[in-house]
Ligand binder design. Structure first.
Ligand code: PHE
Length: 339
C-alpha cells in the first residue's frame, strides 16, 4: 500500500506539472479527484485492509487527498492567471484602426464637382437652391412655356408616374420655377441636381445624369451679364480663361435662346475630348421668356433675367477626364477610389 500511495503521488505531481492549460488540468482532476477517480479507488482498497493497516494508511490517504486538492487549487489559480494575462495581451495588441483603414471610402466625383460648383456660384453671389426630383407637369413643362404637343412630354422621352400625376424631372429648370414662385426679385440661384430622360444608354448618355442650372432675375439683366457670368464660372472651374462661342439655340423658356460652347481646356490643336474641333458644347442659355415670368407671378414689364443650364455630369467628365458616363454611375470601387 505504501508503494501504491507513493506511485500515485509521483504520477499526480508530474501530470500536474505538465498541465499547461485549464483543460489539461481538468483532465488530471477528474482522473485523480473525480467521483470515479484514482483516490476513490484507493479509499475502496483501504476499506479492505486490516484494522491496524487502516490506522496507518487511513490518515495517509486522507492527507494525500487534501494535498492533491491543495496542489490542484494552486495550479488552477496559476493557469487561470496565465490565461487572463494572455487575453489581456491579445486585447492590447488588437489595433482597432486596421480594419477601418482598409475600408475607408472616398468622395464620389459628383460630390467633388457639386461642392466645387456650389463654392464658385456662392462666391459670385448666387444662393444654392434645390427642388424635388419627382415633379409635376406644371413645373417641368407648362410653366417653362413648353407647348402641350412638345415631344419631350411624351412617354418615349420622359419617365411618367401616372398614378401620382408626377414625372421624373427632365431638367433642373424646374427649380427656376419653384424659386420664382417663392421669392420676389432680385433672385440669384444656382441649382445642381439629378435629372432623368427616357433614353438608351451609351458612353455619353444615361437615363439619369446631373445638371446645374443658374437663374438671375432683376430689373435689368442682359445677355452681356449672362455671358460674363458664364465666362467667370468656367474660368473658376477649369482654372484658366476660356474663350466662349455663342450660337442661336431654341429652348421654349428663353428668348433669345443660346447654345454656348467653350474653347477646349485641354488642347490647342484639337484632341479626342473636343473631337478635334477645339470647341466643347457646354450649355443652353438665354433671357427668361416673359411667359415663364407670368407663370411664376413676376411682372415681365418690370423684371427680366437670364438662365443657363449645363450638364454637371459632362462638366465632371471633362474636369476629371472620364471617358464613359457609365463609369460614374457604376459604383465600381476601383474607379471611385481614384477620387
Ligand atoms: N434646361 C435646358 C436643358 O436641359 C438647358 C437650359 C437651361 C437652356 C436654362 C436654357 C436656359 O437642355
Amino acid at each position: 500500500m505504501h508503494n501504491r500511495i507513493e506511485s500515485i503521488q509521483s504520477h499526480f505531481t508530474s501530470e500536474l506539472t505538465t498541465s499547461s492549460t485549464l483543460a489539461d488540468l481538468e483532465i488530471v482532476r477528474i482522473k485523480y479527484l473525480g467521483r470515479q477517480g484514482i483516490l476513490v479507488d484507493l479509499m475502496t482498497e483501504l476499506k479492505m485492509l486490516s484494522h491496524d493497516d487502516k490506522k496507518i494508511f487511513g490518515p495517509l490517504c486522507n492527507k494525500l487527498k487534501a494535498d492533491f486538492q491543495e496542489l490542484h487549487q494552486a495550479k488552477l489559480n496559476q493557469l487561470y492567471q496565465e490565461e487572463q494575462n494572455l487575453l489581456a495581451q491579445k486585447a492590447a495588441a488588437f489595433d482597432v484602426s486596421i480594419e477601418k483603414k482598409s475600408l475607408q471610402g472616398s468622395l464620389h466625383p459628383y460630390t467633388h464637382i457639386t461642392r466645387e460648383l456650389e463654392d464658385i456660384f456662392i462666391s459670385m453671389g448666387f444662393a444654392i437652391a434645390d427642388g424635388p426630383e419627382l415633379e409635376t407637369e406644371f413645373h417641368n413643362f407648362t410653366a417653362l412655356n413648353i407647348p402641350q404637343d412638345h415631344p419631350a412630354r411624351s412617354e418615349s422621352d420622359t419617365f411618367w408616374l401616372p398614378d401620382l400625376h408626377r414625372l421624373l424631372r427632365t431638367q433642373t429648370s424646374t427649380v427656376q420655377i419653384r424659386a420664382m414662385k417663392k421669392n420676389t426679385p432680385p433672385i440669384a440661384i444656382a441649382c445642381p441636381g439629378r435629372v432623368y430622360r427616357n433614353e438608351a444608354t451609351d458612353a455619353s448618355h444615361d437615363f439619369m445624369f446631373m445638371q446645374i442650372e443658374c437663374l438671375y432675375i432683376d430689373k435689368q439683366a442682359s445677355v452681356a451679364n449672362l455671358l460674363a457670368v458664364i465666362k467667370e464660372f468656367l474660368q473658376k472651374l477649369f482654372g484658366k480663361e476660356l474663350k466662349i462661342r455663342v450660337r442661336p439655340g431654341f429652348f421654349p423658356f428663353v428668348e433669345p435662346g443660346l447654345e454656348v460652347d467653350a474653347e477646349c481646356p485641354f488642347c490647342t490643336v484639337g484632341c479626342s475630348t473636343c473631337k478635334h474641333t477645339r470647341w466643347i458644347e457646354l450649355m443652353g442659355a438665354g433671357i427668361v421668356h416673359p411667359n415663364v415670368l407670368i407663370h411664376c407671378g413676376i411682372d415681365p414689364k418690370i423684371y427680366t433675367g437670364f438662365a443657363f443650364g449645363s450638364g454637371l455630369t459632362r462638366l465632371a467628365m471633362l474636369k476629371y477626364h472620364i471617358s464613359d458616363i457609365r463609369m460614374i454611375h457604376s459604383g465600381k470601387i476601383n474607379f471611385l477610389r481614384q477620387f
